[in-house]
Design a protein. Structure first.
Lengths: 745, 174, 342
């Protein structure tokens, strides 16, 4: 192994795609100009359950510029239905096992029932309004109250990855042993990702070859999914997605629209741009399901947990057993002998829910951390102290040690920065004018997702000493292009300004969809592997080449800095080597095989959340004054982009704590607030300044660079910290999210 | 702000009823005059994005609820999604593509990069058009004012604290 | 959006003639309602008559101490006008608490008064809605009604009037000047907004093609001590759940003059006359504010989902009057809203 001199990794490098994004020149997937572009508009079902009995397309087809109206009658049948598997698995990932317009059944409102294609967006959109659709409607089931009595315990959830029941010990016995019990039902509203860029695909056929520009978290996932659905070989499909305008999970699975765009393009013989409307973003790309969690904690008088019972009830679709894994981490992160976690599902007229930032952990840790706050209050123990008394250095479920933790340091540093010490625990003890002030905290944790398949990258060095490193992954705001430039630079021994990371194209080496906070870890592993392989190759060339000043040196002694290989007093630059040997460029591939799933470690990212809220008790208003988060995400590749992502996650927690809710109308089975005017996400005025503390922990288990990821941990626990702060401010325990004005009057 | 092009004070045939089919419309965007044939129902946003290939202004909602389409008409920030392109004849439109001068990024663009005031970048052109206007309007006095007057631009990545930092940086250097 | 034709009007009389003689024509001013609802298929004009070039954008103080606002003055211009901020702080505040900076640069004052409700069933072209399609029924009464009205409702419609500035104008006894096919008319603002009754599709006493030309606000010295309080989930860029426009003048510990109007809770901008009547001559006491608020909301008819508004509105009235009587609500340009606590 040759010596590495890291210099770029860990630097707060500005985003390499920053200039393109601030100038407006960055091209998103609906911004590719193609000649003779046509526009597809998806028509969704008005009813939530029943059948489409007829679609009169005549008025629409008579409109100027309309090229085609595709319905169940005319849309091609899919070649094959791939199974529901999370896209992280690196396989086809259709989001749900149902594909629309294959028969006349309606399973959920907004389900695509027609596709109108016209020569302009305006014409397609208007013609879609002219379709006359008749339905045979049956009463829908959509809400918890409607489905409670219909529920069942699934064997497995989450695409089959997670068991429906997790147990250890005897939870009843544990509760009997307890001196104190707290019990509560916590509801979490259905949420929608609502990235500002709606999902979109531009499709172009060239003979049998299909080119897609897709807003996705994984271009390979799009390629594999569309290939299976269309029955078109992988070799004939290329997917480009350089940028995506946010995703948060709704572009992690490959929902129906890329395939529909491809079908539409084939039908009209022109390139087709398909952009979902904002309203369709509520019914086409999954959502976080509405859920009710019942938590029972048993503890001794001195605050040791004796039992945790964590039950969850949520609606799923008619075709898949999906629940986000809200129950999992509650079994792992506190020492507690007895545990029972159970999912219950009921079939509802909804599409299959999907990942939404911190899928499961956001909701599960909300419930658990609020329940712990209740316990702390009940026992008169400081909330941090209570957590320390139940701290575990091993996964409480498996008994395996954490590959790395840092949790205690997160509590300590977070508390210090926030000013937790000396907090008067009595609710309602601080006032500032009309505002009651409260503080709250919560633990954050997010699993380091297990990966299934090899991750690959390629590095190329040119004779002028500049390099291009490639992997297929898109950048949907994570900063991956920036941090991989840094990883490549260090791997090659170049400065970052000599490296370019090229990404977002299936013609580049395969990378799984960047989901589950796994992107930075797996892509850096592949990039590091490619870059160091190329460096080793160049060093070997030099030391084996009689013409090189390094000839005969031991490769282990060669260090590379700024493109110059040095061993002792001898040195030669990459450029000199390549020019001298008439090589215009040189390439190496890199592959990283993820650790086996039976490693003797448990892997988890930890953090601690703190929030201060002000509550106008008369008017029911909650405003978050400040937030502090301390996180231990392994190695931090770029503190600037990492802090941004963590900050964004924390403010997502704020949104879900206080604002965000999809409201379902029970009798129609339709979301009633499917717009950004009524599904409220935080605006600038809602967002306080956020203090992010990074605690680096070494982890040589998870991946070569010890990167545990920052995409989701920032959100976990943030809502609980806010809810706990609301209790501290007011003495009111609101066990539902979002906490709204009427809950506090 | 970009230098206005030749004034379009004569709306041409604007005084006659036009449409509903495509009609000739003259738009001055970032100092350049464009002639395009569009239906009167075409929004300024779609004229920019789909006809003039100026994709800096983004479509996030098409309903006036997100601010991603923020551009300037006669120097004032407006929403291009709720503006008909035809109603902009005779007015000067400025988009994010017109913000740089002599190939140099506008200080606000530079500050957004330096402060990491975005992640996915999709709302960013709208944020920047609002932010530059905000300072010109005199609404960047303190953080409370910036918060309120930037609240018409939703950033789902929630880069808000960094957006404020970028605005402060530009405010304090001018 | 259906196909439309476009006509840019150059003088007011021609504009009025063009629209009033064609039932399928609408005026186009700021476009923030018209274009939005056209795209939603809620409005279906065949032709838009663009009135933005008409000379109706002036903002002037009158010698008597009042105000005349041209119908095409933009919300942002009115809010920024020194004469407005000095004489009528509640107008400036109501404007600046509405919508967003971009929308305020677009939306005209006339259009603001005529903006349509935000009821999601009204905005969905296919849901039953008596306001959009008379006789089809009201989806909101049994539906999702958290934001809906508790005052001035009928069994046919419970949609909340969405305007902020109209609430301030109602408190100030403004007058709406129009030009229609039958010439100029002046409407007292309280009469300008119709209760839904059994004809919720009829929101104003205007004939088709009757154009708002100006809004006149009579002198009201009490308004120099006024505020607009807006309560909503989000700190900004959201319609009111409850709002209060209030002005207060106190002499020797007794209320000499008071104006109170409510937004977010009624089917029209709601002048709280009962509360005012109770308050005039009363002492400046929280108990009296509370009693006045209770009297005003006595007839409220909430749904289970918006019942909290009855209590919230009362508390907001009390808070607004508190702020005016302890001095925290005065001044021409306080930070909008009750604002952030920090």
């Amino acid at each position: 192994m040759t010596a590495t001199i890291p210099s770029a990794i860990g630097q707060p490098l500005d985003r390499v795609d920053g200039p393109a994004k601030v100038s407006g020149s960055a091209r998103y997937s609906a911004e590719i100009p193609l000649p003779a572009m046509a526009y597809a508009y998806v028509v969704g079902s008005r009813i939530a359950a029943g059948r489409v009995t007829g679609i009169d397309t005549s008025a629409a087809l008579a409109e100027e510029g309309v090229l085609a109206v595709l319905t169940q009658q005319t849309l091609p049948k899919i070649a094959e239905q791939p199974p529901l598997v999370p896209s992280l698995a690196g396989t086809a990932a259709p989001g749900q096992t149902f594909f629309p317009m294959q028969d006349d059944t309606v399973h959920y409102a907004g389900q695509p029932i027609a596709l109108v294609v016209a020569d302009t967006w305006e014409r397609a959109q208007y013609a879609a309004r002219l379709l006359r659709v008749s339905y045979a409607e049956t009463p829908p089931v959509t809400t918890l109250d409607q489905g409670r009595d219909l529920s069942y315990e699934p064997e497995r959830i989450f695409g089959g990855w997670i068991p429906g029941r997790i147990e250890r010990g005897n939870v009843e016995a544990g509760l009997r042993e307890a001196d104190v019990r707290v019990e509560g039902t916590y509801t979490y509203a259905a949420n929608n990702h609502n990235p500002i860029e709606p999902s979109c695909t531009t499709a172009q056929w060239d003979g049998d070859n299909l080119l897609l520009y897709d807003a996705t978290q994984g271009v390979n996932a799009t390629q594999m999914t569309v290939s299976r659905l269309l029955g078109v070989p992988m070799s004939k499909i290329r997917v480009i997605g350089h940028y995506a305008g946010g995703s948060f999970g709704c572009k992690a699975m490959i929902h129906a629209h890329p395939t529909l765009a491809a079908m539409a393009a084939r039908a009209v013989g022109r390139p087709v741009k398909l952009v979902l409307t904002r309203e369709q973003m509520f019914t086409s790309v999954g959502h976080r399901e509405e859920q009710e969690q019942h938590l029972t904690l048993g503890a001794t008088r001195d605050g040791r947990l004796t039992a945790i019972r964590h039950h969850k009830l949520s609606p799923t679709s008619h075709f898949d057993d999906w629940a986000e894994p809200s129950v999992g981490v509650s079994s792992q992160i506190y020492a507690c002998p007895h545990y029972e976690g159970v999912y219950r599902l009921f079939r509802a007229n909804t599409m299959t829910p999907t990942f939404m930032r911190a899928p499961g952990e956001a909701s599960g840790m909300y419930a658990l951390e609020c329940a712990l706050d209740e316990l702390a209050h009940e026992l008169g123990i400081d909330p941090i102290e209570l957590r320390l008394r139940n701290h575990t250095d091993v996964d409480a479920m498996t008994g395996l040690p954490w590959s790395s933790s840092g949790l205690k340091e997160c509590y300590e540093r977070g508390a210090q920065r926030f000013g937790w010490a000396g907090r008067d625990p009595r609710p309602g003890s601080r006032r500032d004018g009309n505002w009651l002030i409260g503080t709250g905290m919560a633990t954050a944790c997010y699993p380091v997702a297990p990966l299934a398949n090899p991750q690959r990258a390629r590095a190329r060095l040119y004779a002028d000493g500049t390099a291009v490193v490639q992997a297929a992954t898109p950048d949907f705001g994570t900063g991956v292009a920036t941090v991989m430039t840094q990883v490549a630079a260090d791997g090659l021994g170049l400065s970052v300004d000599r490296c370019r990371f090229e990404n977002g194209d299936t013609d580049l080496p395969n990378i799984a969809a960047a989901v589950g906070s796994a992107g930075a870890g797996m892509i850096s592993a592949a990039v590091h592997s490619a870059a160091t392989a190329l460096r080793s190759q160049l060093i070997r060339s030099a030391v084996g080449d009689p013409g090189s000043p390094l000839h005969g040196a031991d490769p282990v002694d060669v260090v590379v800095r700024d493109g110059v290989m040095t061993a002792g007093t001898a040195s030669e630059s990459y450029s000199d080597l390549l020019r001298r040997t008439f090589q215009p460029d040189v390439e190496a591939a890199g592959q990283w095989n993820p650790p086996a799933h039976d490693i003797p470690y448990a892997t988890m990212t930890f953090g601690a959340q703190f929030a201060e809220v002000a509550v106008d008790a008369e008017l029911g208003l909650v405003r978050v004054r400040r937030m502090t988060g301390a996180f231990a995400p392994g190695r931090v590749l770029n503190p600037k982009t990492a802090r941004s992502q963590l900050m964004g996650g924390m403010l997502w927690g704020l949104g879900q704590a206080l604002l965000e809710a999809n409201h379902m109308q029970p009798d129609t089975g339709r979301w009633v607030n499917a717009s950004l005017g009524e599904y409220l996400v935080p605006v600038n005025a809602d967002a306080p300044d956020v203090d992010v503390e990074l605690i680096e922990v070494e982890d040589d288990i998870v991946n070569p660079l010890g990167v545990k990821g920052v995409g989701e941990i920032g959100q976990v626990g943030a809502a609980a910290a806010i809810a706990n702060a609301v209790h501290h401010a007011t003495g009111r325990r609101v066990r539902k999210l979002p906490i709204m004005i009427e809950d506090l009057l | 702000m970009s230098t206005p092009g030749p004034a379009l004070t004569q709306p041409g045939t604007a005084r006659a009823e036009r449409g509903p089919g495509p009609v000739r419309v003259r738009l001055s965007v970032n100092g350049t005059e464009h002639t395009l044939d569009i239906e009167p129902r075409v929004s300024l946003l779609d004229a920019l994005r789909e006809r003039l290939d100026l994709t800096g202004a983004k479509r996030g909602c098409d309903q006036g609820t997100c601010g991603a389409c923020t551009v300037w008409v006669d120097g004032r920030r407006v929403l291009a999604c709720l503006t008909l392109a035809m109603s902009c004849e005779g007015h000067e439109i400025t988009t994010v593509e017109g913000l740089s001068q002599d190939g140099e990024p506008h200080p606000m663009q530079q500050a957004f990069v330096e402060q990491d005031a975005f992640q996915c970048g999709y709302c960013t052109p709208g944020q920047i058009m609002s932010a530059v206007a905000l300072i010109a309007e005199g609404h960047a006095g303190d953080d409370a004012e910036i918060k309120e007057w930037m609240s018409g631009n939703i950033c789902r990545c929630a880069a808000y604290p960094h957006i404020r930092a970028a605005i402060r940086a530009v405010r304090d250097q001018t | 959006m259906r196909p439309i034709t476009y006509l840019r009007a150059t003088d007011t009389a021609t504009a009025v003639a063009a629209v009033s003689t064609d039932p399928t024509s609408d005026f186009l001013a700021g476009g923030t309602t018209e274009v939005d609802l056209l795209r939603q298929d809620v409005l279906n004009p065949r032709r838009l008559v663009d009135i933005n070039d008409l000379p109706l954008a002036g903002i002037e103080g009158t010698p008597e101490g009042g105000l005349r606002i041209g119908a095409l003055a933009r919300m942002s211009e009115v809010a920024a006008a020194p004469v407005v901020r000095e004489r009528f702080p509640l107008i400036a505040q109501a404007l600046e608490l509405g919508a967003s900076a971009q929308l305020r640069n677009m939306a005209s004052m006339g259009g603001n008064l005529l903006q349509r409700v935000r009821c999601s069933y009204f905005r969905d072209a296919e849901s039953p809605c008596n306001k959009r399609d008379p006789g089809t029924g009201c989806s909101a009464i049994e539906g999702f009604s958290r934001g809906h009205a508790v005052l001035g409702t009928s069994e046919h419609c419970i949609a909340t009037h969405p305007s902020d500035v109209a609430v301030a104008l109602v408190a100030l006894d403004a007058r709406v000047h129009t030009l229609g096919p039958n010439g100029e008319r002046t409407h007292a603002i309280d009469d300008f907004f119709l209760l839904p009754g059994d004809s919720p599709h009829r929101e104003h006493p205007l004939e088709h093609g009757e154009l708002i030309t100006a809004i006149e606000v009579p002198a009201a010295p009490v308004a120099r001590h006024s505020l607009y309080l807006k309560v909503r989930d989000r700190e900004s860029y959201e319609f009111a759940l409850v709002s209060v426009a209030a002005a207060l003048s106190v002499m020797d510990g007794t209320i000499a003059e008071v104006r109170v109007a409510l937004g977010g809770v009624a089917t029209k901008p709601w002048r709280a006359r009962r509360a005012e009547d109770f308050l005039v001559g009363a002492t400046v006491r929280r108990d009296d504010f509370a009693m006045a608020a209770r009297v005003e909301l006595a007839d409220a008819r909430p749904t289970p989902m918006n019942a909290f508004k009855v209590e919230l509105a009362q508390r907001a009235i009390i808070r607004a009057l508190d702020m005016l009587s302890d001095g925290t609500g005065t001044g021409p340009a306080p930070r909008p809203g009750i604002g952030s606590p920090s």
